[in-house]
Design a protein. Structure first.
Length: 115
């Protein structure tokens, strides 16, 4: 079982990044998929969540209107499009998959927003 995030990096304020989370070793299409983030010295927080059909989506208030979560079940991949990035978005971003009693985390990808 693996969740592998990619797409993080250093970006200037106002810039954009697209994170990807590739799932393998399990039937990810059954799972609710989420992106979390954790900044230094802070607790991990939910950023966005999408149900298995993609028709129910939740965002943290801090990212509404700037971030978009989507999934491609045929590719077993979840995306997070991040626009208008701000320094406060700097964090390690983690992919999460949950179905019934099963849950998995990725290793995280660093996003740094700085000029």
């Amino acid at each position: 079982v693996q969740l592998v995030e990619s797409g993080g990096g250093l970006v200037q304020p106002g810039g954009s990044l697209r994170l990807s989370c590739a799932a393998s070793g399990f039937t990810s299409s059954r799972y609710v998929m989420s992106w979390y983030r954790q900044a230094p010295g802070k607790e991990r927080e939910l950023v966005a969540q999408i149900n298995r059909d993609g028709d129910s989506i939740t965002y943290a208030d801090s990212v509404k209107g700037r971030f978009t979560i989507s999934r491609d079940n045929a590719k077993a991949t979840v995306y997070l499009q991040m626009n208008s990035l701000q320094p406060e978005d700097t964090a390690v971003y983690y992919c999460n998959a949950v179905y019934l009693i099963f849950g998995y985390w990725g290793q995280g990808t660093q996003v740094t927003v700085s000029s």
